[in-house]
Design a protein. Structure first.
Length: 203
């Protein structure tokens, strides 16, 4: 009888500590339901991997914050972009290392949303005059995301760039833009095939 009471007490303590069986299950799975998820799919990989599930839950939280800020967005692009991102994530089945591909997709999407919707601390705006022309200005804002990101604006064009490894200075790469700053001077490429510009911090 005493052994039974001790076992019951241990069970109750464990249940309280972990929030109960149902809560424990919710805390380790992804933000979506794994019921009926196809075997061998990317979703099944996320469901069966604790770290990927945690990234999925984090993305869901960040997406919720972004949706609050995008309520008056015109045109409303957030939902469409997220559907496109899910398709891109699921295309990781084509990758040689599927898990690494999925993890990278999550980290980049989280960082992108945090930067685009200003959900994390930032430094800037920092202005650069390019090729010695004050009118040829580049405005940059740097975000404390993981990986680091920056948003650069030049005229009416905007580019989100992601931090890259660099032996010195800070290097960022966008779709068709690149930025490498070292000691107040930046080498910038803006657009596919465009010549490199030399930009210096504006006073």
């Amino acid at each position: 009888m005493a052994a039974h009471r001790n076992a019951l007490r241990i069970t109750l303590v464990a249940t309280v500590a972990w929030g109960g069986p149902a809560l424990a299950a919710e805390s380790v799975g992804p933000s979506f339901s794994c019921a009926g998820v196809e075997t061998g799919s990317i979703e099944r990989m996320v469901c069966s991997d604790a770290d990927l599930s945690a990234l999925d839950r984090k993305l869901a939280g960040v997406y919720g914050e972004a949706a609050g800020k995008a309520a008056n967005e015109h045109p409303p692009t957030l939902k469409a972009e997220q559907r496109g991102w899910i398709k891109g994530r699921n295309d990781c089945w084509k990758a040689d290392d599927r898990r690494a591909c999925v993890e990278e997709q999550y980290r980049l999407r989280i960082a992108e949303l945090q930067a685009k919707y200003r959900l994390v601390p930032s430094i800037g705006p920092v202005r650069f005059a390019c090729d010695g022309q004050a009118a040829n200005e580049l405005t940059t804002t740097f975000f404390e995301t993981d990986p680091p990101t920056m948003i650069a604006e030049r005229g009416d064009a905007v580019s989100l760039m992601v931090g890259q490894p660099a032996a010195s200075g800070a290097r960022y790469q966008g779709r068709n833009e690149s930025f490498w700053e070292h000691q107040g001077e930046a080498r910038v490429t803006w657009g596919y095939g465009a010549p490199e510009m030399t930009c210096r911090k504006a006073p």
